[in-house]
Ligand binder design. Structure first.
Ligand code: ATP
Ligand code: MG
Length: 175
């Protein structure tokens, strides 16, 4: 039986999303199938643009959103939660049909911390991914539960970041 392991990239330093996408690139290079779901973003990031062009990469678009969660009113927020709930089910169906060697859940930790997805459904999603391959979840504020069940936990530490000096996010580097 294959060993399927859970990877968590968390912490406040740069490199969580890029590490997970690097893992995807590595698996794709060996001809493996990878399902990539990016949460909390609008689908225009450089990494998704690149990965969409690679054979074997299945980009799940069901979580994509525009704007910030904080600025929404209660009704809009509930709609967003409902959409995430539906997307979780759709993504599990995609994973069951594609059976990927790797599933990347980018910013899942943030969506959990913001209450857009539930802990139980996140665990069920990870269980589904681990049936077929490894699973990597990223984002600040990873919960104790997820870190407890993970096999790799890497915390990026922000020793320095140009954002603190007023530098805005740069295309091709930050997104
Ligand atoms: P990357 O996508 O570059 O790998 P990340 O996934 O670790 O970064 P996130 O916490 O997802 O970083 O932050 C989202 C955005 O903020 C990215 O554009 C990222 O480059 C940038 N960022 C990362 N760390 C910091 C930091 N300490 N201060 C300000 N911005 C940061
Ligand atoms: Mg990130």
């Amino acid at each position: 039986m294959d060993t399927h392991l859970l990877h968590i990239y968390t912490g406040n330093g740069k490199g969580k999303t890029t590490a997970a996408m690097g893992l995807a690139l590595r698996a794709l290079g060996h001809g493996k199938k990878v399902v990539i779901a990016q949460l909390m973003k609008d689908g225009t990031t450089g990494e998704l643009r690149s990965l969409r062009q690679l054979p074997g990469a299945i980009i799940f678009e069901g979580f994509l959103m525009k704007g910030f969660v904080r600025t929404r009113n209660e009704e809009e927020r509930q709609r967003l939660v409902d959409r995430h709930h539906a997307a979780m089910r759709e993504l599990m169906a995609v994973i069951d049909s594609e059976q990927p060697a790797l599933t990347v859940l980018d910013e899942l930790n943030v969506a959990l911390a913001m209450g857009l997805v539930g802990r139980a459904e996140a665990n069920t999603l990870i269980d589904t991914a681990l049936k077929y391959g490894d699973c990597a979840a990223t984002g600040r504020h990873a919960g104790e539960g997820l870190m407890g069940r993970a096999h790799y936990v890497t915390r990026m530490e922000a020793v320095k970041h140009p954002f603190d000096e007023g530098q805005a996010a740069r295309e091709g580097i930050e997104f």
